[in-house]
Design a protein around this ligand. Structure first.
Ligand code: BES
Ligand code: MN
Ligand code: ZN
Length: 498
């Protein structure tokens, strides 16, 4: 999408919707004051009457706006200026974009102050606004006769009193981030009849071709040759045209001697639970179980398009977890790629089996640092709720890099402990370990399981079971896939490049 930038005075911008952020008790001396004058004091009157309070993400549309070039004005609350953060600004921008994109063929301009607001600089605001324009105008309802959101016919970001080249660069970055997030969202939102291992792999190949990236796709016989016995067991219940794939997409932005970041994603394109069958309610959203793989692809695409000076490989472990006469069974003992034997005690704990082999593959392929993303456990959602990603690590410094990146990106990550005793829960009488850890601390025992397959490579596991998929629409965010962690991964890659 093309988002233009402009330094016009706000009142002179021609568009259907002029979006203007307003803090609580706003300063009416600058551009907002000029707009107030052009609107014959409407803003002052609305504030006076208590109709325009500036509460975070509160919207106030002005459908008739004589005195300005735009057809309408949309005021959006930014909350208290000294409490503004990137995440809050994003919430406000997303609410506004979702409002103005609800009709087709709409043009909109988002007005920003060159001085920034509170802790949010002008360029962070411009980047965030651009991302919001791209993400907020795309819904999860592309297969509906009457979709709820439409890409804007024209969009611009207006900073009348700022550095125009800085704004343009920020808008370009924000657009790339938004489009990469939408790539992730699209893949997750499409139904499992459309996105299965083979079709996901084809899409990854198309993305790689478009961006000039190296791509490798391993199918059933390659995975057998690789001895990926854990991943293959999960895929056993699927028919042959729904067989497994492991995809790697490589971007070489730095020299051969520079370290390689591996981004590994769980790509269970549908998780029925297998013979440990889920309930119908528990299965409804299980097309989302490939969100980790979709996030890995979105992040590598973003990093490549932003031309960051780093080497990154995205690894996607793609399988279905289905029920059939050939499904893997409880009591089966699998041999993972690294030789570790695993007793299957629950076929619904399949994500860790897939990741075990793909993590080990990434290590062998020369990963210097690993981050994996997985909709791994309901337990993580119980622990942290629906909007926080759980982080687990074997290397505190690398984990700090990821959590700092998340803070910069405005995303929520919380680190969980990795005490030894959680590992003891995985003991088996008949194999090196079992694939479940018992009733309590399930997100941590799952992470302890994964740790067995990364050797000593610095590794962070991100459990995105909660935040990657929203059960319903809200005013600031479309339901379905959220594309969470794409921005955090981009920030982390950028910080490795420094
Ligand atoms: N894909 C699920 C986890 C999940 C749950 C993702 C809710 C998104 C929303 C995973 O494969 C799973 O089923 N995990 C089990 C593990 C258990 C059997 C040890 C779970 O969380 O119940
Ligand atoms: Mn499962
Ligand atoms: Zn799963």
């Amino acid at each position: 999408m093309d988002i233009s930038t402009s330094d016009a005075a706000w009142k002179n911008v021609e568009c259907n919707w002029l979006v203007v952020g307003v803090t609580e008790s706003p300063d009416l001396s600058g551009p907002l004051g000029e707009l107030d004058t052009a609107l014959s004091g409407t803003i002052s009157r609305l504030i006076e009457a208590g109709d325009l309070k500036g509460k975070l993400a509160e919207l106030l549309p002005l459908h008739d706006a004589p005195g300005v070039a735009a057809d309408r004005v949309l005021f959006v609350g930014l909350g208290k200026s000294d409490e503004l953060t990137r995440a809050r600004f994003e919430k406000a921008a997303m609410s506004a974009v979702r409002k103005v994109s609800s009709k087709a063929d709409t043009s909109a301009a988002i007005c920003l102050l060159g001085s920034g607001i509170g802790a949010v600089s002008s360029s962070v605001a411009a980047e965030t606004a651009a991302t919001a324009i791209v993400v907020g105008s795309q819904g999860q309802d592309s297969l509906k006769a009457e979709p709820g959101h439409f890409p804007l016919a024209a969009a611009s970001i207006v900073v009348s009193d700022g550095d125009q080249s800085e704004t343009a660069a920020a808008v370009e970055r924000g657009t790339i981030l938004g489009e990469s997030i939408n790539l992730t969202r699209d893949l997750v939102n499409l139904p499992p009849e459309i996105i299965y291992p083979e079709s996901f792999a084809k899409r990854a190949q198309a993305v790689a071709a478009e961006l000039g990236l190296k791509v490798e796709v391993l199918g059933q016989s390659d995975l057998e040759a690789e001895k990926m016995g854990a991943l293959l067991a999960v895929s056993q219940g699927s028919s042959s045209d729904r067989g497994p794939r492991v995809v790697s997409v490589s971007y070489a932005g730095a020299g051969e001697d520079a370290p390689t970041l591996a981004i590994v994603g769980k790509g269970v394109t549908f998780d029925s639970g297998g013979l440990s069958l889920k309930t119908s309610d528990g299965m409804i959203t299980m097309k989302c179980d490939m969100a980790g793989a979709a996030t890995a692809l979105g992040a590598v695409a973003a990093i490549a398009r932003l031309k960051l000076p780093v080497n990154v490989v995205g690894y996607m472990g793609l399988v279905e977890n289905m029920v059939s006469a050939t499904s893997y069974k409880l009591g089966d003992i699998l041999t993972a790629r690294n030789g570790v034997t695993i007793e299957v005690q629950n076929t619904d704990a399949e994500g860790r089996l897939v990741l075990a082999d793909v993590l080990n593959y990434a290590v062998d392929k020369g990963a210097d640092k690993i981050v994996d993303l997985a909709t791994l456990t309901g337990a993580c959602v119980v622990a942290l709720g629906e909007e926080v990603t759980g982080a687990f690590t074997n290397d505190q410094e690398w984990c700090d890099t990821i959590t700092t990146a998340a803070a910069t990106a405005g995303e929520n990550i919380w680190q969980m402990p990795m005490f030894d005793h959680f590992g003891d829960l995985l003991k088996s009488d008949v194999a090196d370990c079992r694939n479940i850890g018992g009733r309590w601390g399930g997100a941590i025992s799952a992470a302890k399981f994964l740790e067995k397959f990364v050797e000593k490579t610095p590794w962070v596991h991100l459990d995105i079971a909660g935040p990657s998929f929203a059960s319903s629409n809200s005013s600031h965010r479309e339901g379905g896939s959220t594309g969470c962690m794409v921005r955090t991964l981009v920030e982390a890659a950028a910080s490795l490049a420094e």
